[in-house]
Design a protein around this ligand. Structure first.
Ligand SMILES: Nc1ncnc2c1ncn2[C@@H]1O[C@H](COP(=O)(O)OP(=O)(O)O)[C@@H](O)[C@H]1O
Ligand SMILES: [Mg+2]
Length: 376
């Protein structure tokens, strides 16, 4: 789960990283009051979980409280890069001398953490990284050793950051560890004209697997989540919405992952990842089908089940009960294998539902589902 900037700012502050004074609001009137408390001038910042807010008009400097109220009124309710603005943060304006980029991120390619730092931070960091990759230092961080002040000094000097940023680098690592984060990013980390080092923007991605011990964030993320994913989660399904047209339902994460690959190999695009897990009861299958079919982009559905503890005849009964409950209008291709596969196939054959066909192999099923998606 990604945090909002104001939540990241709070974490930074909790861990002793200097941040500008700031307050959060949803009301233009209150924005005026906040600007007054901040000394009149303020930076009004849309709280949306997307980068590039500055370039999209979501970060604006205002000269006085009246301008803060007006800007807040204009900004609230608009969309920044497709994200509706419901909350604003007003921050104290800082006199920036230099902008840096720093982050720690779990690097899945190397199976470890990386420190990424650059002396040319700010809103153009992507261009800097694309055109001057040598300006971006990438330094592995050992998870057990962490970022000591020696290590922080190494990172700072590799990226050409002033030595006084080392303290922030150490504390930022503490944020990552204490908060179970997969990413902590500060862009920009600034040196002010007065010589202070401050974190002006923050992005933190928490590890969802650690949610049980980071309970304070709750489930507030749902307002930003895909509505189908929210519904699937409420029904206890492991569903991830993707961009394609072939709906996928399978049992076991490994089987579902390989089903996505095989469908892609047939020239179609999977519309989702949906793992119904071990218990493929009629109810679970019906829930799965209704979630997958609720995606308007879906043109065919591939059900790929390998019977184990749940035998294929039970799954076949589940599919038919689900079809009766959900009444699909798009074709289903079913591949059953494993425990009691023959009985499962016989149950589907006997019913001969016009929208349900079977395939003997996973490759055959994927080919057929792809074909149906392109002709349906
Ligand atoms: N409190 C602040 N004082 C002065 N300038 C700021 C402040 N906050 C942001 N900025 C400026 O606005 C730019 C964009 O803001 P930022 O919070 O990084 O949003 P985003 O990364 O989404 O564009 C920053 O690089 C910085 O130059
Ligand atoms: Mg930024």
């Amino acid at each position: 789960m990604d945090l909002y900037e104001h939540q990241a700012r709070q974490l930074f502050q909790d861990h002793g990283i200097p941040v500008p004074r700031a307050e959060v609001t949803r009301s233009p009137k209150e924005a005026r009051e906040i600007a007054r408390r901040l000394g009149g001038r303020a930076v009004v910042k849309a709280q949306v979980k997307t980068g590039g807010r500055g370039k999209a008009g979501g970060v604006r400097l205002v000269a006085d409280p009246a301008a803060a109220e007006l800007t807040a009124r204009q900004m609230l309710g608009t969309a920044i890069n497709g994200h509706r603005v419901r909350t604003l943060m007003l921050a104290e304006p800082v006199d920036i001398a230099e902008e840096f980029y720093v982050s720690y991120v779990l690097d899945r390619a190397s199976g470890g953490f990386l420190a990424i730092a650059c002396a040319q931070g700010g809103v153009d960091i992507e261009e800097v990284a694309a055109h001057h990759p040598q300006a971006v230092a990438r330094i592995p961080v050992d998870r057990a050793e962490g970022v000591t002040s020696t290590k922080a000094g190494e990172i700072a000097s590799a990226a050409g950051l002033p030595p006084r940023t080392a303290d922030v680098l150490v504390r930022l690592w503490q944020v990552l560890v204490a908060e179970d984060a997969l990413l902590v990013e500060v862009n920009p980390l600034v040196r002010t004209a007065q010589g202070h080092v401050l974190a002006l923007d923050g992005k933190v991605t928490l590890d969802d697997n650690a949610r049980f011990r980071q309970a304070r964030w709750g489930d507030e993320d749902t307002e930003q989540r895909d509505p189908l994913e929210t519904e699937a989660a409420a029904r206890g399904l492991h569903y991830v919405k993707l961009d394609g047209e072939v709906g996928i339902i399978g049992n076991g994460a490994g089987l579902v992952m390989s089903t996505l690959d095989v469908v892609a190999g047939c020239g179609a695009r999977p519309a989702d990842f949906l793992d119904i897990g071990g218990g493929a009861s009629a109810e679970v299958m019906a829930d799965a089908l209704s979630v997958v079919l609720a995606d308007p982009a879906v043109r065919s559905v591939l059900v790929n089940v390998f019977g184990g503890i749940t035998a294929c005849d039970t799954v076949a009964d589940g599919i038919l009960a689900a079809v009766d409950r959900v009444r699909p209008t798009k074709p289903l291709v079913v591949r059953l294998d494993g425990n009691n596969a023959a009985r499962g196939r016989a149950i589907l054959d006997a019913r001969a539902h016009p929208l349900v066909e079977q395939a003997a192999t996973m490759d055959g099923a994927a080919r057929r589902a792809a074909e149906l998606a392109h002709t349906a």
